[in-house]
Write a protein that binds this ligand. Structure first.
Ligand SMILES: *[C@@H]1O[C@H](CO)[C@@H](O)[C@H](O)[C@H]1NC(C)=O
Ligand SMILES: *[C@@H]1O[C@H](CO)[C@@H](O)[C@H](O)[C@H]1NC(C)=O
Ligand SMILES: *[C@@H]1O[C@H](CO)[C@@H](O)[C@H](O)[C@H]1NC(C)=O
Length: 185
C-alpha cells in the first residue's frame, strides 16, 4: 500500500517535472530588461489617472498592458502609452523600439517633440487624437523606416515631411492625417 503510493507519487513528480522542463524549453522567452522596466515605472509615476499604466506591476514588464518585447532578447519593441501629459524623453532609451502608439493622450496642444525623430527604429507611429499642437517638426523626416504614420485629429500646422520619409511601397504605407486631413488652426 505504502509502496504503491510512493511509486504513484514518483510517477507524478516525473510527469510534472518533464512537462515543466519541456514547456520551459518550448517557451524560452527572455525576461524583461531591468533598466527598461525602471524607465517604464518612471512613466507610470508621471501618468496621473491612467488606469492602463496604473495596472503595471510585477517584475515581468513584458506582460504589462501596452508593452511588447522581443521574445529572444526581452528588449521592448512596442509601446502603447495612455494617460500621459507629456512625451517622456526617456523613450529614447528604448533603442529597439519599432512600434509607438501615443494616440488618445492629451498633450495639451504642445508641439510634437523633436526628439521623436531620433527614434530611428520606428516603423509605426500613431499620434492620432493626442492633442498635439503647433508646427510639425521636420525631425519626423528622420524616421526613415516608418511604414505607418497616423497624425490624424490633432491641431497641427505645416507639412508632414514625407519627402524625406521613405514611403516606397505605397500599399504598405499609410499616412493618415496627410495634408488634406491635418487640421490647421
Ligand atoms: C507557451 O506559451 C504559450 C503562449 O504564451 C502558451 O499558450 C503555452 O501553453 C506555452 N507552452 C507550453 C508548452 O508551456
Ligand atoms: C491610431 O490610433 C487610433 C486610436 O487609438 C486608432 O483608431 C487608429 O486606427 C490607429 N491608426 C493606425 C494607422 O493604426
Ligand atoms: C533630424 O532632422 C533635423 C531636421 O530635419 C535635422 O536638423 C537633424 O540634424 C536630424 N537629426 C538626425 C539625428 O539625423
Amino acid at each position: 500500500m505504502a509502496s504503491s503510493h510512493t511509486s504513484l507519487l514518483l510517477l507524478f513528480i516525473c510527469i510534472t517535472a518533464t512537462h515543466s522542463c519541456l514547456s520551459a524549453r518550448a517557451n524560452r522567452t527572455a525576461p524583461c530588461v531591468n533598466h527598461e522596466r525602471t524607465t517604464l515605472l518612471g512613466f507610470q509615476r508621471s501618468a496621473h489617472g491612467s488606469s492602463m499604466l496604473s495596472l503595471w506591476s510585477g517584475t515581468n514588464c513584458c506582460a504589462w498592458n501596452g508593452v511588447t518585447c522581443d521574445k529572444m532578447t526581452g528588449h521592448i519593441v512596442g509601446l502603447n502609452l495612455k494617460g500621459l501629459s507629456e512625451v517622456p524623453p526617456s523613450l529614447l532609451s528604448f533603442t529597439h523600439l519599432t512600434h509607438l502608439d501615443l494616440s488618445s493622450n492629451d498633450f495639451r496642444l504642445n508641439p510634437i517633440p523633436e526628439f521623436i525623430g531620433a527614434l530611428q527604429g520606428l516603423t509605426y507611429l500613431n499620434i492620432s487624437e493626442a492633442r498635439f499642437g503647433g508646427p510639425i517638426p521636420p525631425h519626423l523626416g528622420n524616421l526613415t523606416s516608418l511604414q505607418v504614420l497616423d497624425m490624424s485629429h490633432n491641431t497641427l500646422t505645416g507639412q508632414i515631411p514625407t519627402a524625406k520619409l521613405r514611403l516606397e511601397h505605397e500599399q504598405h504605407n499609410r499616412v493618415n492625417g496627410g495634408l488634406s486631413r491635418v487640421r490647421h488652426e
